[in-house]
Design a protein around this ligand. Structure first.
Ligand code: 2NL
Length: 351
C-alpha cells in the first residue's frame, strides 16, 4: 500500500478510536490512544519509519502527507488530554457523597482530648465566667520577665542552673519556670483594670515520680484601684468550688512567695473522704492546690504601675495535678508518655 493510502487508512482508524475514547470518557484511555499512534510501536511511528524506503522522487509528497497526519493526531490528542481533566473532575463529583452526619462506629479510632487539655478547657471556662481574659506569652523568655520583674533576687536558688533551663549561647534567655512572665508582658502591653489568666507550659530541671521537666500551670491576676485580700479570697473560693464541687470547703494558709505580700497557699477539702482523712489527702483532709497573694509593690514598680494608686492579687497552680486528682491518676508521668492505651480513656469533647 502506498504511503498516501496508508495515511488515509490510519486517519480513518484514528478517528474511530478517538470516538471510542470520547465515549469511554476516562483519562487512561487517552494515554493508551497516544501510545497506539505516537508511541515507539505506534501506527504513525511505523509509517514514519517506512518513509526511509520511499524513492527520492516520491519522498517530498509522502513526507508532507505523513507530517500533516502527525500534526492532526497530536492536536486531537492534546484536545483529549484537556477534556480528560473535566472527565476526572466529573468522576469525583459523581461519587456517592460522604455522609458526615453518620455516627462514628465503635470500632473506629475517634480520638480524644488529652486529660490536661480537658482540665485546662474547664478552668478557662470557669475563669471566663468570672470575667477573666485569657492571655498568652512566650515559652522562651528573658531573665527580666521570668525573674527580675517578679521581685526574685539575683542570687535566689530558683535561678540556679540546677533548677532552670538556660538557652545555650545566650546570657539571659531561658525556658520560663512559671507562667508569670505572661502577666508581666500583659501589664506592660495593657493598662488597668486587668483581669487575666495565663495558662501554659513551664519548664524546670526536675524529673522523678512526682516531677516532670515540663508541666502546665495557670496563673491569674487582677489589678485595679481598690483591690483587696477579700477579692482574692472570694475568687479562690469561687473557682475551687466550680472545679471541685460546691459542697467542698476551701482554705488559705499563710505562705511566702517573693512576688506577693502577704502570700498564702490554698487548699480544697479532699473529695475522696470529704475531709475525714484518707490515702489521697495523706490523712490531712485537704488537697493542696496552689499559691496566691497580693501583688508585691516591687512588681508594680518593675512594670511602671503606680503602686500607691493600684493594688491587685495573683495566684498560680498546676493543671496536671488537678487532672491527676480529677481522673484519679497514680503517676504524673503517664500524662506525658504519649501511650495510646492510656490516652484513649478520656472523652472526645470537653465542656
Ligand atoms: C504556685 C504559686 C503563685 C503568683 C503565683 C504572681 C504573678 C505576678 C505577680 C504576683 Cl505577675 N504574683 N503570681 C503569686 C503567688 C503564687 O504561684 O504555687 N504556683 C504553682
Amino acid at each position: 500500500m502506498s504511503i498516501l493510502n496508508q495515511c488515509e487508512s490510519i486517519k480513518v482508524d484514528f478517528t474511530n478510536d478517538q470516538k471510542k475514547v470520547e465515549q469511554a470518557a476516562v483519562s487512561s484511555a487517552v494515554e493508551q490512544l497516544r501510545l497506539n499512534y505516537l508511541g515507539r510501536k505506534g501506527k504513525l511511528t511505523a509509517l514514519m519509519d517506512e518513509l526511509r524506503n520511499v524513492s527520492k522522487e516520491e519522498r517530498p509528497v509522502a513526507g508532507k502527507a505523513v507530517n500533516v497526519l502527525r500534526q492532526f493526531i497530536e492536536g486531537e490528542i492534546q484536545n483529549l488530554v484537556t477534556q480528560a481533566k473535566s472527565w476526572e473532575l466529573k468522576a469525583i463529583l459523581d461519587r456517592a457523597p460522604i455522609d458526615v452526619t453518620l455516627p462514628v462506629s465503635d470500632a473506629a479510632h475517634s480520638g480524644s482530648l488529652h486529660p490536661v487539655t480537658l482540665v485546662r478547657h474547664q478552668l478557662n471556662k470557669v475563669f471566663k465566667q468570672l470575667g477573666f481574659t485569657i492571655y498568652d506569652g512566650p515559652e522562651i523568655d528573658t531573665d527580666f520577665f521570668n525573674f527580675s520583674a517578679l521581685n526574685i533576687p539575683d542570687h535566689h536558688p530558683a535561678r540556679d542552673m540546677q533548677d532552670t533551663f538556660y538557652v545555650e549561647g545566650s546570657d539571659n534567655l531561658l525556658l520560663r519556670t512559671q507562667t508569670s512572665n505572661i502577666q508581666i508582658h500583659a501589664m506592660l502591653n495593657e493598662k488597668p483594670p486587668l483581669r487575666i489568666i495565663a495558662p501554659g507550659r513551664v519548664f524546670r530541671c526536675d524529673s522523678d515520680m512526682t516531677h516532670t521537666p515540663m508541666f502546665h500551670q495557670i496563673e491569674g491576676f487582677v489589678v485595679d484601684e481598690g483591690i483587696t485580700f477579700a477579692h482574692l479570697k472570694g475568687t479562690i473560693d469561687a473557682f475551687l468550688k466550680a472545679i471541685f464541687g460546691s459542697t467542698l470547703a476551701t482554705r488559705l494558709r499563710p505562705s511566702f512567695f517573693p512576688f506577693v505580700e502577704p502570700g498564702a497557699e490554698f487548699d480544697v477539702q479532699c473529695g475522696m473522704c470529704k475531709g475525714q482523712g484518707c490515702r489521697t489527702c495523706k490523712n490531712t483532709g485537704w488537697i493542696e492546690i496552689g499559691g496566691c497573694g497580693m501583688i508585691h509593690p516591687n512588681v508594680f514598680e518593675a512594670v511602671g504601675y503606680d503602686s500607691s494608686l493600684y493594688s491587685g492579687f495573683a495566684f498560680g497552680f498546676g493543671i496536671d495535678r488537678i487532672a491527676m486528682n480529677r481522673f484519679a491518676l497514680p503517676d504524673l508521668r503517664q500524662l506525658f508518655e504519649g501511650d495510646y492505651k492510656f490516652l484513649g480513656n478520656f472523652p472526645i469533647f470537653s465542656h
